[in-house]
Write a protein that binds this ligand. Structure first.
Ligand code: B12
Ligand code: SF4
Ligand code: SF4
Length: 217
């Protein structure tokens, strides 16, 4: 089985493989096996999800993800792990940094050299055996050469500091009676990043995440 076989099965659902890790013989997850990251970038997942699912129910994207990914995992004799299962949560951001050329941004989300901050992880597939996987090219983080760091100054309530996210301040702002730009378009700190501007989530996709985020707090 190859990385391409897995990508092909995910494709109709708008999901993509986001790199893979060859697990060491003493790895606590699955010694000697492989971990393949599954997620979304660009509009395909939102289109597949919104076109096939009742988004008014509770945790719709998590439920949809399980419905899509669990049968795929079974067909490949793999185990599916999800980023939303927890606490304790699986360390998806640590795995991602071993699997694809992403690095931490000053606002917590991992930055991808092309998609910027506009991507997320939906599952990890754990295989007993080695999957035939692509090698990762090490790429310097775009944040290294970003002098002004507009992501740190765009938030209207200054919720982001380097390595600190003031969640209550962000939620209070989103909960104000008048609709906020963040609620309508998505987090303004993410929007301020010049990387991945072509891949910004469409407004309905961004609104969906912001509404779910606020209602979960
Ligand atoms: C708990 C959690 C939150 C909490 C707390 C975040 C915090 N202050 O740390 C809350 C609910 C506030 C939150 C909010 C959001 N989150 Co969140 N969150 C998680 C979750 C479920 C667990 C994180 C964790 O504790 N991991 C456990 C430790 C052991 O794993 P780790 O890999 O070492 O943890 C890393 C993170 O904690 C990270 N980190 C530290 N501070 C911050 C701050 C922020 C804002 C983020 C995103 C990450 C982050 O650094 C650690 C080292 O790499 C992860 C999914 C996951 N399983 O990782 C998503 C995750 C980190 N979140 C994510 C996202 C996108 C968001 C939102 C932007 C969602 C949205 N609304 O669109 C919002 C941010 C709100 C905004 N202003 O837009 C993505 C990030 C994707 C990426 N490109 O990296 C993840 C990976 C989920 C996913 N499906 O992909 N989140
Ligand atoms: S604005 Fe600059 S520092 Fe902030 S995430 Fe984007 S590239 Fe990195
Ligand atoms: S959603 Fe808005 S208030 Fe919250 S951190 Fe992003 S920019 Fe700040």
């Amino acid at each position: 089985m190859t990385y391409k076989d897995i990508s092909d099965v995910l494709h109709p659902h708008g999901l993509i493989c986001q790199g893979a890790i060859a697990l060491a013989s003493d790895d606590p997850i699955k010694p000697g096996g492989s971990l393949v990251m599954v997620g979304n970038a660009r509009p395909q997942m939102w289109q597949a999800f919104a076109g096939s699912f009742d988004i008014s129910q509770q945790d719709p994207m998590d439920t949809w993800t399980r419905r899509v990914v669990d049968p795929i995992a079974s067909a490949f004799k793999a185990q599916a792990l999800f980023p939303f299962d927890g606490p304790p949560y699986h360390p998806f951001q640590q795995w991602a940094q071993r699997a694809e050329p992403v690095s931490p941004s000053p606002i917590g989300a991992l930055i991808h050299p092309i998609d910027g901050l506009w991507h997320a992880y939906r599952a990890a597939l754990i295989f007993n055996l080695r999957v035939d996987m692509p090698t990762i090219e090490k790429i310097l983080s775009p944040c290294e050469s970003c002098i002004d760091k507009p992501c740190l100054t765009a938030c209207p309530v200054e919720a982001f500091r380097p390595n600190y996210y003031n969640v209550p301040a962000c939620v209070d702002h989103l909960n104000t009676i008048a609709p906020t730009e963040c609620g309508l378009r998505g987090c303004l700190a993410r929007h301020a990043c010049p990387v991945g501007q072509n891949y910004v989530y469409e407004p309905k996709h961004a609104q969906f995440h912001m509404e779910k985020f606020v209602s979960s707090q």
